[in-house]
Ligand binder design. Structure first.
Ligand SMILES: [Zn+2]
Length: 142
């Protein structure tokens, strides 16, 4: 299952970012998902629930998928158009000399941490945990 492999990549990245920031739990992960990334959001969410709940750091955490529209650029007439609608052939000039500008990304945009619950042990000093960790970087998926 393709989506499960991607989920494992995401969880590993989340673990790395959380560790680097001293975060023990995350409440949600926002993922930028390109229209032509080949990833099915529903399958990804199912795989996330299954795999994330097995890790203490992501247990119960929500995966928020933010779709990214696929856009192709035409080198001949210099215009951009919707990839899903028109494919590799430019609808403006009919050229096939085109390339994808965006729409293939599978990228963590943001990681949210839960509000710190006050405990008896931490009455003196509040734990300085970031509410949001900026983790925007591409996942390298073979
Ligand atoms: Zn064109």
């Amino acid at each position: 299952m393709h989506e499960l492999g991607i989920v494992y990549h995401i969880i590993r990245d989340v673990e790395n970012v959380a560790r680097a920031n001293g975060v023990r739990r995350v409440s949600s992960v926002t993922l930028l998902l390109g229209e032509v990334s080949g990833v099915v959001p529903d399958l990804l969410l199912d795989a996330w629930r299954w795999a994330a709940d097995k890790k203490p750091i992501t247990e119960g955490a929500e995966l928020i998928v933010e779709p990214v529209e696929a856009v192709t650029h035409c080198e001949v007439c210099g215009r951009d158009y919707a990839t899903v609608e028109h494919g590799k052939i430019c609808p403006h000039c009919g050229s096939g000399d085109t390339y994808l500008l965006q729409g293939q990304e599978v990228m963590i945009k943001q990681i949210e941490t839960p509000d710190e619950e006050p405990t008896e042990a931490s009455l003196s000093e509040p734990v300085d945990a970031p509410d949001a960790v900026d983790a925007a970087h591409p996942l390298h998926i073979a």
